[in-house]
Unconditional design. Structure first.
Length: 429
């Protein structure tokens, strides 16, 4: 308890001494959500648009459409071609990027505050008025197809794709955000234009702006660029599942790799669950860094794997807790036994205290830049738990006790609900 009290006191001091933590949230008349945070010290403005609905909301026969759409956004608008967009933004000292995840898409602008108004006009134009030029679509389609094929030739992506397919079955998280080759080939210009109209409706956009400019000026600029957009009611089909396996699932594959690979894991709670921070702590104990259980026991002491770790992605729907090992394929069975023994070993109080310190330190370091601060505010809002969770998260970590950890392990890491993927070189190799 003394450790928890000390950690929480340190957090209160750090967060209360952070300038400009206060955040404003406004909803425009057309439904666009604006999250504003002022930072009078920085001369850089960070602007990130989170668009609710990533690859998880795609229809199976159009898998990859969100990714292809985001790639073509920067390839020209109805008034600017790709070269003009790049030249104008770079001349202002700014940068525009786009990215897709399973639960949302995002378009970001980082620019000196003195040039924000001009940069924001280009940013808004990119989001509102993509030209969807056919030659640019075909160029990006070829890039995406190459990226999909490359995943079959790299051992971690290949194993991970097999793991997600085995764990999630027909649930959309089983599909990579890139899509599948046949579905990407089938996407037309009309598909992209219609999907953009629905996805980029103002009531589906969360716009986060961290800047030194006053809120009134930001609202005026946002209303000028986005206020005339009409909302669109997106009717989302209810997604059933995912459902935990009723018995252990083992998927074995032979692939032309020199080494073997093992991936083992479980369904794990979504970000809105009270157990989310507990699983983040367990992940830190088990597989993050050189002092983690996996690294020390499996790699250093037993020499069973040369690459080892774990990860627990933050997801709107049930996520996954995954352990991975790159190893000699002859050691896979021995590694599985060692892993099960490790999972059955109860956590020590010292491990929990160290993991708390690691996660809270990581949180503080990851919030040093204004861009990352803006990103986290929008990220939690897009995941459906609200921007305030960014402030609450480290306190939730600080309050976790050993009983919380034991309960979560017994709930999620059972002996009958895991999935294991084993990748080996062909027998004759």
């Amino acid at each position: 308890m003394r450790h928890n009290y000390a950690i929480i006191c340190a957090l209160i001091f750090i967060l209360s001494s952070t300038p400009g933590w206060s955040v404003e949230r406004r909803i425009l008349d057309n439904g666009l959500t604006l999250i504003y945070k002022q930072n009078r010290v920085s001369r850089i403005t960070s602007c990130i648009a989170f668009i609710r609905g990533g690859s998880c909301t795609e229809k199976a026969d159009k898998s990859g459409i969100t990714n292809l759409l985001l790639k073509t956004l920067l390839k020209g608008t109805t008034s600017l071609n790709a070269e003009e967009i790049s030249r104008k933004i770079e001349s202002l000292g700014g940068e525009i990027q786009s990215e897709v995840s399973p639960d949302f898409a995002q378009v970001s602008l980082v620019i000196p505050t003195r040039h924000f108004k001009n940069g924001f006009k280009i940013f808004a134009d990119v989001m509102k008025n993509p030209a969807f030029l056919q030659d640019e679509i075909e160029k990006e389609r070829k890039v995406v197809i190459s990226e999909i094929r490359a995943r079959y030739d790299e051992i971690f992506p290949y194993t991970y794709d097999c793991f997600l397919a085995a764990l999630y079955d027909t649930f959309p998280y089983s599909r990579n955000v890139l899509g599948r080759e046949n579905t990407v080939l089938s996407i037309t210009r009309d598909d992209l234009a219609e999907y953009h109209r629905r996805l980029f409706a103002p009531n589906n956009i969360i716009l986060v702006i961290l800047t030194g400019m006053p809120l009134k000026e930001i609202i005026r600029e946002v209303d000028t660029e986005f206020g005339s957009l009409l909302p669109f009611d997106r009717i989302q089909e209810k997604i059933e599942g995912p459902f935990p396996p009723e018995k252990p699932v083992v998927f074995r594959a032979e692939k032309e790799f020199i080494q073997g690979y093992l991936m083992f894991g479980y369904l794990a709670p979504e970000v809105s669950s009270e157990d989310y921070p507990v699983l983040k702590l367990i992940n830190s104990i088990l597989g993050e860094g050189g002092s983690s259980r996996l690294f020390v026991q499996i790699r250093e002491k037993k020499g069973l794997a040369y690459e080892v770790g774990s990860f627990y992605p933050s997801r709107m729907h049930p996520s996954h807790f995954t352990i991975y090992m790159g190893l000699d394929s002859k050691k896979i069975e021995e590694a599985k036994v060692a892993l099960q023994n490790l999972l059955e070993t109860e956590p020590a109080e010292e491990e929990i205290v160290n993991a708390k310190s690691f996660l809270i330190g990581k949180f503080i370091l990851d919030h040093e830049s204004s861009q990352r601060q803006a990103w986290y505010l929008g990220w939690y809002e897009a995941l459906g738990i609200g921007y305030r969770y960014d402030e609450e998260y480290p306190f939730k970590i600080g309050k976790i006790n050993i009983e919380d950890v034991k309960r979560a392990i017994s709930t999620y890491f059972r002996k009958d609900n895991w999935v294991c993927v084993e990748v080996r070189p062909p027998v004759n190799k």
